[in-house]
Write a protein that binds this ligand. Sequence first.
Ligand SMILES: *Cc1c(COP(=O)(O)O)cnc(C)c1O
Length: 461
Amino acid sequence: MRYVSTRGVAPELGFGDVLLEGLARDGGLYVPTGASAQLGGSGVDGEPGPIPPYVELAATVMAPFVVPDMVAARFAEIVADAYTAFGHPDVVPLVELGDGLWVQELFHGPTLAFKDVALQLVGRLMDDELARRDECRTIVVATSGDTGSAAIDACVGRDRLSIVVLHPAGRTSEVQRRQMTTVDAPNVTNVAVEGTFDDCQDLVKAMFAHEAFRDELRLGAMNSINWGRVLAQIPYHVAAAAQLGRCVVSVPSGNFGNILAGWYAARLGAPIERFVVATNRNDILARWVARGDLVAEPVVATLSPSMDIQVSSNHERLLFELLGRDGTATAELLGRFRATGSVEAPRDPAFVAARLDDDETLAEIARVHDETGMLVDPHTAIGIGAARRARATGAVDPSLPVVCMATAHPAKFPDAVETATGIRPPLPARLADLYDRPERYEVVAAHLESVQELVRVNVAR
Ligand SMILES: *Cc1c(COP(=O)(O)O)cnc(C)c1O
């Protein structure tokens, strides 16, 4: 498989380069050149018949995207290894809620959020590719909470990767901070920046922009625009559709990576008929569906912080397809959006949308608990609530089953769950001692040279 940039200028690359490169040199995102109807006859195309175990299915679905850069047999081994870290034998189990609604639990990974599904694989794939090239990378990540711990866990035990994570001091939840700072591994450095999440993100961007520093430390990225992350999310959409047949997926969306993976699954032949974009009050994507425009508004804080995003980076990949794979037109559209904050944008009628505010989110958590006894986190509740609304308005056919993506474990957001239900969800056994483990992190001012010095010292080890 070869990959091209959505902005049409950067060179075509194979999988290994795309994995390590992240963002294309022309500012675009890499997309596969041929991704259509590959599932036919593979046993996972929604036709009746036995469905292979998840790791086998996942390796089969993804293999065409990684060969010939990676050998298929080696790739299958890495996929199998990635998902041994998950706390459920089915990896991403599908659970029935009733009334034709299903929940696909994507939170059984080591850090309890769906980002593990992609990052556990991406960390191993990067390590393997770097070993082949005899190179190393220093991963630098800014986080407001969830991404940091998933990226750290993806780097633990990987010989070729070190990671430095910048979080805003005192501004993450205690669970989130402890999940990052209690990891005791020589290649992990946590930095509490005296500033906001935006300061952290600006510092990371400045380090990447400083070419001498970037080359000296061989900086690498694991952010959600990496094609490897989208790829790793395609198989669970395929698995759900293989089990249920013709269906709808409802996805709590922020950077649009998860739902875009569902769209790719459908392109490959999975019988997914509609995609429900579920958002909180930061609803640029819901407005895109309703009005065919992209209009940036200030980000507001909600009970579902992992979706508090206004510019959804992966959306560019879909826009590129909707513009007939025209890189010049895509670059022009996104350039105008950046300059003016408002553009008309093409739509795909397969995408429908619904948004829930915080009160509606709490009401949905309470409703699911009342009706099924199940505790769901605020992000997951938005996916379920959006699915109900899309059915009620007729935006999706109510006779089709809907798979609601459960993107975080309820114990990751215990305050909201307790407010809604009166029950404080306990951490799973493997994390039960989180509050007793020692924390390790450095505190530093939001000042580029100080942070660079800290990265240098810690990576030199
Ligand atoms: C990252 C995240 C999301 C948003 O996913 P995207 O792929 O960025 O749309 C939703 N819920 C949770 C819990 C997350 O961590």
